[in-house]
Design a protein around this ligand. Sequence first.
Ligand SMILES: [Ca+2]
Ligand SMILES: [Ca+2]
Ligand SMILES: [Ca+2]
Ligand SMILES: [Ca+2]
Length: 317
Amino acid sequence: MWFTGTEYDSHQTVSYSVGPGSNSVITDISFDPVINQVLIAADDPNIGEIDMIKWYRNIPTPSPTLTPEGFKTPTPTPIPTPEPGKIGIFRSSSGMWAIRGTTRVYFGGTGDEPVYRDYDGDGIRDIGIFRSSSGLWAIKNITRVYFGSSTDESVPGDYNGDGSCDLGIFRDTSGLWAIRGVTRVYFGSAEDTAVPTDYDGDGSADIVIFRNTSGLWAIREVSRVYFGGALDSPEPGDYNGDGSSEIGIFRPASGLWAIRGVTRNYFGGSADQPVPGDYAGDGTEDIGIFRDTSGLWAIREVTRAYFGTVGDIPVAR
Ligand SMILES: [Ca+2]
Ligand SMILES: [Ca+2]
Ligand SMILES: [Ca+2]
Ligand SMILES: [Ca+2]
């Protein structure tokens, strides 16, 4: 199913068409004054898993800018900087994605795992799901491939350092890491949690496991350290903004955040899901929690907001 349409502004009407296929029907047309956009939604009842939505935005006419005469220096191709962490949720019961202040779309459904990363390297995270029952990766407007199966854990990351997230799975029964188009290696086992991120700061995600029975962090070809234990959730990230990730844990029972070599703080507790991310957009990971019983997002020293409800999966990073 697809849409065509004209851009909306305050003096025009929206036109649209839906196709191909005779079963597609318009299900919703509404205007959201908060984000100043018109929404048109459509659904093919024979294709239940993914609904499509299109927003039409009031785009102001750019004012002309004066071009200086004379010598011009070539403009280097800008390297996209990663966008800041955003408060957002995926509601698998309906397939709804809601990113606070920007996006509300339907993509995926029950049983799907949200994999919200930048798959095309433009610096903007893309909406996507991994459906382990079939191994489907569906990345909105970018790709749809089958990679992995029901025994696999998704481990998306930029393993080759080209700026785009690569599709990958960790099969703990054999310790296989299969990164599509990049590598296949064996590292870790059934007792391990995969925690890939860039620990050595070379721009590529590293293959890493956390073994909570012993607190072992094993970073392939880099190091092995012991930090944390059985009660802890591994939460690595670049908490000091130096370009490489630190080992870190969240201990729900006490609300402890322990970031190796950086900080120890108490924030949140056993009712909370850890959602660290760079919410301030300064290149440093912030400590944060999502409490689905109340929809609370509390980001330490950055913000507090209410967004989402029980059962929603946070997709902050
Ligand atoms: Ca992108
Ligand atoms: Ca890549
Ligand atoms: Ca690395
Ligand atoms: Ca760091």
